[in-house]
Design a protein around this ligand. Structure first.
Ligand code: C2E
Ligand code: CA
Ligand code: CA
Ligand code: CA
Length: 283
């Protein structure tokens, strides 16, 4: 029911009702899930195109709800943000992912510069709390900044630009790299790219999907332009949502450094990641 004629005075629809009551019920359960740490993390490998090496993983939250089953983060993260739960959820994600990173270190499964990448919400970029959490979790797990990256979207940064910039500067002072997520999808000005310091640019899946699809070649041109810009800025590039061999080949030709996507692996439980990491590098 997205487009409606101007004369159709639809005030309430059954589908709206479902959505609203689902949201209310989700809120209730999510509050409990966050306080009971009833969430889990999965890890998606990030692979270097040149060496075919897993250089890191992105940590993604999962919620298996009693009443709703598996709820996607695309649905529960916004709910957590609205409810003021994102601070707690975000703190949990930092603690849990850095604990896992520390464990892999201890077991000698990964190199020192192998990194875990954690997503941060707009609200976490306001104030310095997140910096303290990151520092604490690094200390607890004997990690150096080298092993950690945070991901922020352009639109989260833009919400409170000056404060976010300040928080990100403190995060970088810990030696943690900053990745700009979903690059190219927000209507933001390119001016911030030189104003804000960051280390990695993640090309959104929508641009990767357009690779090689069209006869005019615009899909490839956009990705080529993003990669050229990243190189000029001296930052690394990760292509997101790579599913097909043909996309991988185009990205390689265009000089993309790193890729992430179902082609190599979907996000995995820690134990599954440990069991398959060498097979992923063989792909
Ligand atoms: P994102 O940060 O852009 O994460 C990438 C999403 O793309 C993940 O969805 C991942 O599973 C999916 N993906 C990766 N490769 C492919 C592929 O080849 N094909 C397709 N179709 N999808 C692929 P997921 O796990 O459902 O997460 C959705 C979004 O939820 C994330 O998008 C991120 O914005 C947010 N999110 C997840 N966990 C957290 C978290 O702990 N904190 C915060 N603040 N946000 C989170
Ligand atoms: Ca991300
Ligand atoms: Ca992304
Ligand atoms: Ca996304």
């Amino acid at each position: 029911a997205k487009s409606r004629g101007r004369n159709s005075a639809v005030l309430f629809e059954p589908s709206m009702h479902t959505t609203m009551s689902r949201k209310l019920a989700l809120r209730n359960e999510l509050a409990k899930a966050v306080s009971a740490s009833d969430l889990s993390l999965v890890y998606q490998p990030i692979v270097s195109l040149e060496q075919k090496e897993v250089v890191g993983v992105e940590a993604l939250s999962r919620w298996q709800s009693l009443s709703f089953g598996q709820v996607s983060p695309g649905e529960f993260i916004p709910v957590a943000e609205e409810m003021g739960l994102i601070g707690d959820l975000g703190r949990w994600a930092i603690k849990e992912s850095l604990r896992q990173r520390g464990l892999w270190n201890q077991r000698g499964l990964v190199s020192e510069d192998f990194y875990i990448s954690v997503n941060l919400s707009a609200l976490q970029l306001v104030g310095q709390e997140v910096v303290v959490y990151l520092q604490e979790a690094m200390d607890t797990n004997n990690l150096r900044g080298l092993g950690v990256t945070v991901e922020v979207t352009e639109s989260s940064v833009m919400k409170n630009y000056e404060q976010s910039k300040c928080t990100l500067r403190s995060i970088r002072n810990l030696g943690i790299a900053v990745a700009v997520d979903d690059f190219g999808t927000a209507y933001s000005s390119l001016a911030y790219l030189k104003d804000m310091s960051f280390d990695i640019l993640k090309i959104d899946k929508s641009f990767v999907d357009a690779l090689g699809d069209d006869r005019s070649g615009t899909g490839n041109s956009i990705v080529a332009a993003i990669i050229a810009m990243a190189k000029a800025l001296g930052v690394k590039v990760i292509a997101e949502g790579v599913e097909r061999r043909s996309q991988l080949e185009s990205l390689y030709e265009l000089g993309c450094d790193l890729v992430q996507g179902f082609y190599f692996s979907e996000p995995l439980r820690a134990a599954d990641f440990e069991a398959t990491v060498s097979a992923i590098e063989e792909r």
